[in-house]
Design a protein around this ligand. Structure first.
Ligand code: GAR
Length: 199
């Protein structure tokens, strides 16, 4: 079985990236983590990647006057490493339609809500403010519509009396770590049976 080369893009803590790295240690897992890229030099997750021997790069969006320049540099980096799938894992930059089109079907994201509910930021705060009884997370393919691409997997958690946003986030995050590796495996399985045809 061919392991599909996957890049994980982070901006911070990187706990979902770590879950993907751990899953990919299984010889039977269909993807390998070929590199980690952060748009922020201070992203905590970079230390984990480096200490686990995963090539980790910083491409600082602030070094580029326009989004397209940043994305061209990112795209070049990914292609130079033979990347076929890009997994966003707490990557807090909105990508342009142009970049997304180049990685169509190969670009995935983990989002902390049961999409289509609570697209965007502050999902836990908004769920609590609404008095939602359930909440959760979604792994989805990325399309030009923000947090609007086809859902691959979801996991639901209860909202409990007395929950703070942090308490709810912790319960959701545990599920993110469970479903995101499964979602990457679904996309990697599909690609592992097809030739490399990155646009
Ligand atoms: C995760 O909860 C992820 O779902 C969320 O940021 C957190 C990153 O944590 N992503 C988004 O909100 C994307 N819009 P991590 O860095 O520990 O994986």
């Amino acid at each position: 079985m061919r392991k599909v080369r996957t890049a994980v893009l982070i901006s911070g803590r990187g706990s979902n990236m770590m879950a993907l790295v751990e899953a990919a240690r299984d010889p039977g897992y269909p993807a390998e983590i070929a590199c980690v890229v952060s748009n922020r030099a201070d992203a905590k997750g970079l230390d984990f990647a480096r200490s686990n021997g995963i090539p980790a790069a910083v491409i600082d969006h602030k070094a580029y006057p326009a989004r397209e320049g940043f994305e061209d540099a990112l795209d070049r980096h990914l292609r130079s490493l033979g990347v076929e799938i890009v997994a966003l894992a707490g990557f807090m930059r909105v990508l342009t339609a142009g970049f997304i089109a180049r990685w169509e079907g190969r670009l995935i994201n983990i989002h902390p809500s049961l999409l289509p509910a609570y697209k965007g930021l502050h999902t836990h705060e908004r769920a609590l403010a609404d008095g939602a009884r359930t909440h959760g997370c979604s792994a989805h393919l990325v399309t030009a519509e923000l947090d609007g691409g086809p859902v691959l997997l979801q996991a639901e958690v209860p909202v409990l009396a007395g929950d703070t946003p942090d308490m709810l986030a912790t319960r959701v995050l545990e599920q993110e770590h469970r479903i995101y590796p499964q979602a990457l495996a679904i996309v990697a399985e599909r690609l592992s049976h097809s030739p490399k045809d990155v646009k």
